[in-house]
Design a protein around this ligand. Sequence first.
Ligand SMILES: Cc1ncc(COP(=O)(O)O)c(C=O)c1O
Length: 366
Amino acid sequence: MYFDPMSNDRIYLSPPRLEGNERKYLLEALDSNWIAPTGPFVTRLEQALREHTGMPEAIAVNSGTSAIHLALRVLGVGPGDEVICPTFTFIASAAPATYLGASPVFVDCEMQTWNMDPELLDQAIRSRRAAGAKVKAVVFAYCYGMPGRMDEILEICRRHELPLIEDAAEALGSTYKGKPAGTLGDIGIYSFNGNKIVTGSVGGAVVCRDLAISARIRKLVAQAKENTPHFEHHEIGYNYGMSNLVAAVVLGQLEMLEKKVSDRRKVFDGYVKQLRDTPGVRWQVEIDGCRANRWLSAFFFGDDSGIRASELIAKLASQNIESRPLWKPLHLQGAFTENLFFGDDAGGSEVLAGVCLPSLKMVHLD
Ligand SMILES: Cc1ncc(COP(=O)(O)O)c(C=O)c1O
């Protein structure tokens, strides 16, 4: 019997759900003795990701963080450069810039989708360039899986001749005008971390259109070994390859993606029904032509709602239900006290008024 987290009494925020070929593929991988950071399931997963995204290249790696690091590295980000990042996201959207000696510059979100505000992005780029800064790239993160105002973001990046990395770590299965999240900019990344919609316990992927870029990423993933029989290295790379065992589980999960999206969307709709008549409650809105995977069901409770987020979190915890505050903005984190921020500095108080709720099983809030 394998461990089934769904049989646990506790209701988790975003537990893995094994409902496809994961077990079969994993046993196949074990039986084939491909216990390596390469192998048939890595190849099959990359092919499945190319088919899902329609992108010419997909590279499986060991985490979403590694994927962002690789993307920034191949785009030439280096010491002294600046990378524009959203503030309202997980730290891994911004941390990889610092691995390369660059500084994240943070941009606030807009209230409709909770994603990077295009006007503030434009302002940040112009202001930093006017100050003589070397702005090298933009990282856009799909907050809780929700697409943002992508046409505007893309137009701004093109106008300023800046590459766009889409941090679609949380957004596998979301679409913008029919295109999968992660396929609009120059490089897209996904995470298969334990709490993601598709998981292998760990893992990530990079997708891109430019074959020269993907060839470079493939080389850097495996310690930048030259194409020689012996170990020849002309530059420093990383050990970022995905295990064949992880790939077997991720592939099994990916085959069920559409069901996973529709299950999460139903849960989200259930919360909206519960909260529809409560004043002052806000949630992420799908703008025209986009479909969110609703990775997490997130709600903001204004003063007039009568709902205190901390009380709700405590009440759910007493019922053995996991919930969580919204992201604390990165520009307010101790790790980034020296970094610039463009936006309304709400001091993080808004964050304390929001909650991420269990997203695979609706719980009752009253
Ligand atoms: C927005 C975002 N970016 C990047 C990551 C990093 O992915 P990983 O945990 O696979 O390194 C995550 C999740 O963990 C994330 O939520």
